[in-house]
Design a binder for this molecule. Structure first.
Ligand SMILES: Cc1ncc(C[n+]2csc(CCOP(=O)(O)OP(=O)(O)O)c2C)c(N)n1
Ligand SMILES: [Mg+2]
Length: 913
């Protein structure tokens, strides 16, 4: 038997693959013939021909009924063989020194920040050393050869999503490049000092000229980068911007891949063939507590997943120290051994002396022991993982850059805490290590050759070579060649002219008063008009997660087309209908399928196009409001952090206005969530013209005045006649409150102030009638479009007054508007009581909130409104009760009203029902 046959059959025997039922070669001569044929093809016709023939054979075998498994893994070795590696384009020695300095400063920054804040009461500020220690080579190779900056030629550079807690490494490089100074580094994680500090993680909100993409909430970077890459294609396909040359690089942790958001959208990238997208997963085999897959292999697991999702997978497992061994591995024993050892064990090799690796890794087979007999224990310990070898990393980057037709993922094996030695290299405690004692600092300094003396090393001084040193020159030249620094975020905000409410006033009035409609219908009509607007039409990006028909938007399918990079490769079943399902390469609507997270990621890409691409794109994301803040709140938080602009339309809004759907659909609290998002301006309009005023105000403020905010509008599907806009209410709509209607009772005994919002406004208006007609109570009905905005304004006044006690107190808009209004005040909304209660402290008289606290359920609207006690009868009772508490109405009258109005006083409380 030839050696080739021996090794091939041996690896089949050892593979222990369950599908191979015959592991003993019963006809070696025949096997030999087949193998020789293959060798002949390889040597005369090449690899492509061999691949072709094998695929024909495989297809034929399947037709014949041979049960071949689908294999999605390759061997646990580098995807790019040594002979396929391109020449390294830089000076390895200079780059190694630069990298060492960057490593040192990143570590020193964290160590010093924690030392400086270790006094009792300060508590330390935290930070991470080990993550960047593992990924320094990945970033440094990219900084020297891959990441393209914005340059001056109008090219907007590559978009890089940095792994959030690797930020000390990015700061350290920016320091070396002269973009940050020593004071910045000293104030790492101290953002309230006189000298500006550095934010813990990538936060555009806090460092708007530096960071572009917030990533540290695990999983958001991956999903946002996918939709970013897709949005770049969208801009290109719609002829808005040539993005063909821009790449999106996303750096992820291997532990981060546990988050559903990380892998949940990778099929989109594969399906859409996003070859502008490159993931780099830093596989240091550890997360925070311990190994990512102690009993398995994260690289192999991810390889299979990404391959299955249609990605190009490049594994960078072993550094060049392993190349001679792999070349000598004729029997495939080394590859086999590499493949069978689990990650937990690989981690152990790092933490033990080299003799442990010799005994436990190579010791499995005498042939392997023999291979490394001339290797010292020290050498065995230092045999590099692929992610620490610049040539292997560069080869992967280059292949990723050149790869067409698929997104690429690079799976780079590294060591967490690389270079930290006893302080945490490969140890389970590595993640949280932020202290280094003198001996550890000394060891680190010596290992990476940092020119700092023994006496000084304990102070962990920052180190930067002189400006005219070879390292500094090299570093600067490389960045200049690549077009400038990365990351960097432009702070100039492009502005554009937008249409005014008055331009659309007639249409809005025409849509009102004729027949019933919902605020959703009104908003959708307005949106369909706006996409035709000459000034802003093409900049609008309608986004919807498979709910277009729910919101009556299907007319837009035909009108603007559904974006599909491939166009429409089929004849839609409803082609003959007006609103057929039209997919188009230049389609404007992003129909994201059932993925609120994906839709929000699209919103974030569109909402930051003004900074990322220098173009104002205007996202309108419409969705079931229940699946917004509560489901994908973290992506909205990221939107706020990254200064995204646009409109969120929370559809099917209101706990009682969405009848029938039940407790998982009925939103009575997203407005409460919205309070906590400083850039979100949340509104609960009752009427169509209110929606329109808010949207036009938003357009002006965001795109003409350059403000940074997200407008969140509740739009419901309760149909009713929309009144025409009364004069003089625009300012109130925008600021949050205006008087809508006054009704004087003929008896004119008492007066109440009724607040109404959203669809519950109609209950309040009806209560106004009952109060006047049946109880002689006059009232003013106020439309409260935004408790959140009223509260913020009042809160700011309160704060100013507190700090300026001797000065004339400021008055909030709410206080100004309500001056002289005779209470009590009764607020009714389709949201939890706490939502309207947020303004109680600013009101001049007694206040009572009616709301929809408790779980939703399926019922009709009237039944639901009675259940939650927000219908006209309950509003009436509440008003009378408040008057009673003020001694204006007696208790018997209230009791009688409860009875007369048909409210059961013993009904179940909705709160816990
Ligand atoms: C959503 C979320 N959950 C938890 C954390 C806390 N956290 C920060 S880093 C980390 C471990 C990260 O491990 P990995 O992704 O493997 O990155 P590494 O540091 O190993 O490169 C965790 C749990 C977080 N930042 N975000
Ligand atoms: Mg990790």
């Amino acid at each position: 038997m030839s050696d080739v046959i021996k090794s091939t059959t041996k690896s089949i025997e050892d593979a222990n693959e369950s599908y191979i039922t015959q592991t003993v070669d019963v006809d070696p001569a025949e096997t030999q013939e087949w193998l020789e044929s293959l060798e002949y093809i390889m040597s005369t016709k090449g690899e492509d021909r061999a691949k072709y023939l094998l695929s024909v054979l495989e297809a034929r075998a399947r037709v014949e009924g041979v049960d071949l498994p689908i294999k999605s893994n390759t061997a646990y070795i580098n995807t790019i063989a040594k002979h396929e590696q391109p020449a390294y384009p830089g000076n390895r020695e200079i780059e190694r020194r630069i990298k060492s300095f960057v490593r040192w400063n990143a570590m020193a920054m964290v160590v010093r920040a924690n030392k400086a804040t270790s006094a009792p009461g300060l508590g330390g500020v935290g930070g991470h050393i080990s993550t960047f220690a593992s990924s320094a080579t990945l970033y440094e190779v990219a900084q020297n050869h891959i990441f393209r900056g914005r340059g001056e030629s109008g090219f907007d550079g590559d978009m890089v999503y940095f792994q959030g807690h690797g930020s000390p490494g990015m700061y350290s490089r920016a320091y070396m490049e002269g973009r940050l100074n020593e004071d910045h580094l000293l104030n790492f994680r101290r953002e309230l000092q006189d000298h500006p500090g550095l934010s813990s993680y990538p936060h555009p909100w806090l460092m708007p000229e530096f960071w572009e993409y917030p990533t540290v909430s695990m999983g958001l970077g991956p999903i946002m980068s996918i939709y970013q890459a897709r949005f770049n294609e969208y801009l290109h396909d719609r002829g808005i911007k040539d993005t063909s040359n821009q790449r999106v690089w996303a750096y992820l942790g291997d532990g981060e891949c546990d988050e559903p958001e990380s892998l949940g959208a990778i099929t989109l990238a594969g399906r859409e063939k996003l070859d502008n997208l490159k993931f780099v997963i830093n596989c240091n085999l550890q997360r925070l507590d311990g190994p990512v897959r102690g009993n398995g292999k994260i690289i192999q697991e991810l390889e299979a997943l990404f391959r299955g999702a249609g990605w190009n997978v490049i594994k960078v497992v072993w550094g060049d120290d392993w190349d001679p061994l792999l070349e000598a591995d004729e029997l495939g024993l080394l590859v086999k051994r590499m493949g069978e050892v689990v990650d937990g064990q690989y981690q152990k090799y790092v933490g033990m002396p080299g003799e442990y690796t010799r005994e436990h890794f190579f010791g499995k087979h005498p042939e392997l022991i023999e291979m490394v007999k001339n290797y010292s224990d020290e050498k065995l310990l230092r045999m590099r993982r692929g992610g620490h070898d610049p040539e292997k990393v560069y080869a992967a980057y280059k292949a990723a850059e050149d790869h067409k037709g698929q997104p690429t993922v690079i799976l780079a094996k590294t060591i967490k805490g690389y270079g930290l030695g006893e302080a945490g290299e490969g140890r389970n405690i590595a993640h949280n290590q932020k202290k280094m004692n003198e001996a550890e600092l000394l060891e680190f300094r010596t290992r990476f050759g940092i020119p700092i003396s023994d006496e000084d090393v304990g102070k962990a001084p920052f180190y930067k070579p002189s400006e005219d040193s070879i390292e500094m020159k090299y570093m600067r030249e490389q960045r200049i060649k690549l077009g400038g620094p990365v990351p960097s975020r432009p702070t100039t905000v492009p502005t554009m002219e937008v249409p005014r409410f008055e331009d659309y006033r007639k249409r809005i009035d025409d849509d009102s008063e004729k027949k019933e409609m919902s605020t959703t219908m009104g908003a959708v009509r307005l949106l369909s008009s706006l996409v035709r607007d000459k000034k802003i039409g093409k900049n609008i990006v309608p986004i919807v997660p498979d709910e277009s028909r729910t919101f009556g938007m299907e007319g837009m399918f035909r009108q603007v087309g559904i974006y599909a990079h491939a166009g429409q490769l089929y004849e839609p079943v409803d082609r003959t209908e007006t609103a057929y399902y039209k997919e188009a390469k230049d389609g404007q609507l992003l129909e994201e399928g059932i993925s609120e997270a994906g839709s929000m990621a699209s919103f974030n890409a569109a909402g930051t196009a003004y900074s990322a691409h220098g173009i104002n794109m205007i996202p309108f994301y419409i969705y079931y409001s229940m699946f917004g803040f509560q489901r994908i709140g973290d992506l909205i938080w990221a939107a706020a952090d990254m200064r995204a602009k646009g409109f969120l339309l929370g559809g099917t809004a209101g706990r009682t206005s969405l009848n029938g759907e039940g407790l998982q659909h009925q939103d009575g609290h997203s407005l409460l969530n919205a309070i906590a998002f400083p850039t979100v301006r949340a509104y609960d309009p009752a009427f169509h013209y209110e929606t329109a005023v808010i949207i036009f105000d938003g357009l002006k403020k965001l795109y003409e005045d350059g403000e940074t905010a997200i407008y969140y509008l509740m739009v419901g599907n309760d149909n009713y006649i929309m009144p025409k806009m009364p004069e003089g209410c625009k300012e109130g709509i925008i600021k949050g409150i205006y008087k809508f209607r006054t009704k004087e009772s003929e008896e004119g005994k008492h007066r109440v102030q009724l607040f109404g919002s959203g669809a519950i406004m109609n209950c309040v208006l009806k209560a106004q009638e009952i109060l006047a007609d049946q109880y002689g109570v006059s009232s003013d009905v106020w439309s409260v479009t935004s408790y959140n905005e009223l509260r913020r304004d009042a809160q700011e006044c309160k704060r100013w007054n507190m700090f300026h006690p001797t000065m004339e107190p400021r008055k909030s808009y709410l206080e100004t508007v309500l001056e002289g209004s005779e209470g009590p005040f009764i607020a009714s909304s389709d949201y939890v009581q706490a939502h309207s209660e947020q303004v109680a402290q600013f009101l001049p008289d007694d206040f009572l909130a009616l709301g929809t606290d408790g779980m939703g359920r399926s019922e009709t609207r009237p039944a639901l409104r009675r259940h939650f006690e927000v219908d006209a009868e309950c509003v009436t009772v509440a008003a009378l009760y408040q008057l009673c508490k003020q001694g204006k109405v007696d208790a018997a009258t209230v009791e009688k009203a409860i009875k007369d109005l048909g409210v059961n006083p013993e009904k179940i409380s909705p709160l816990y029902a």
